[in-house]
Write a protein that binds this ligand. Structure first.
Ligand SMILES: NC(=O)c1ccc[n+]([C@@H]2O[C@H](COP(=O)([O-])OP(=O)(O)OC[C@H]3O[C@@H](n4cnc5c(N)ncnc54)[C@H](O)[C@@H]3O)[C@@H](O)[C@H]2O)c1
Length: 252
């Protein structure tokens, strides 16, 4: 019960890594605020936590909208009385390079960079009263070049730098800020990536797995455990840094 009685907002918690994180947080005693642009899947994540005896609410929110970011923090406080943990996980996967249009860039930057900034801006107001932890989802894509990817990769690199700056600005309020950099993790996002690369699941697993030291792609729950570490008191002397969760992808 590493998050007993902590109020935790997880954005993009309707699917993939966000869903696995919200579920794990529920098991660890957190009161979970499940946020997602997709009402159906977000409500399902919250119901799943409740079905296991945990506490959760669902808030429909598009993190790229400032009004939604503000309402998300307000609803967390209204339901559970504060905010102690924020996981900025929601992302737009604009997997493009020079073919990205201005509209593509706006979607990528608005959701991933501005969304992370705005959700954090409003969540820290209640968090300042108690101290807290923030975990931002970056990626191996912030570190290595991948073909036709930079409309996405550049937003993940921006998240890494925001993490360091936010850690500096929020340290006086006893708020720690860190990032997790997942490698290739099997989620709906990877199915979209597979389609774009015209690969079957087996080909994708073989090709991506071969790029890692562990010889396989990762599961969402494996990233959720790293997020839990950074969100909990177990990482009490860790701030302004990142944790690679990539099976050794970037070690070579
Ligand atoms: N899957 C991977 O291989 C991988 C690798 C590195 C980093 N990541 C990062 O991990 C995070 C989660 O990725 P995933 O693979 O679980 O994605 P996913 O597509 O499986 O789930 C993302 C969730 O975010 C929601 N979402 C999208 N836009 C939103 C918005 N504007 N507001 C609120 N919710 C929104 C979606 O509805 C969905 O439920 C992302 O930040 C991603 O960049 C993933």
């Amino acid at each position: 019960m590493r998050l007993r009685d902590k109020v935790a907002i997880v954005t993009g918690a309707g699917a993939g890594i966000g869903e696995a994180t919200a579920a794990l947080f529920g098991e660890e005693g957190a009161k979970v605020v499940v946020a997602d642009i997709d009402g159906g899947s977000g409500a399902q994540t919250a119901a799943g936590i409740q079905a296991k005896g945990g506490e959760a609410i669902f808030v429909a929110a598009d993190v790229s909208k400032e009004s939604d970011a503000r309402r998300l923090a307000e609803e967390a406080v209204r339901a559970f009385g504060g905010v102690h943990v924020l996981v900025n996980n929601a992302a737009a996967f604009v997997l493009k390079g020079f073919d990205a249009t201005v509209e593509d860039w706006q979607r990528s930057l608005h959701t991933n960079v501005i969304g992370t900034a705005m959700v954090t801006k409003y969540a820290i107001e209640p968090m300042k009263k108690t101290g807290g932890t923030i975990v931002n989802l970056a990626s191996i894509s912030a570190w290595v070049a991948q073909p036709n990817f930079f409309a996405y990769s550049s937003t993940k690199a921006a998240i890494l730098q925001m993490t360091r700056n936010m850690a500096m600005d929020l340290a006086p309020h006893k708020i720690r800020v860190n990032a997790v950099c997942p490698g290739t993790i099997l989620t709906s996002a990877s199915y979209r990536h597979m389609q774009q690369a015209k690969l079957t699941l087996q080909q994708f697993e073989r090709e991506e797995g071969a790029k890692t030291l562990l010889g396989r792609i990762g599961q969402a729950r494996e990233v959720a455990y790293a997020i839990l570490f950074l969100a909990s008191d177990e990482s009490s002397y860790v701030t302004g840094t990142h944790l690679m969760v990539d099976g050794g992808y970037t070690a070579v």
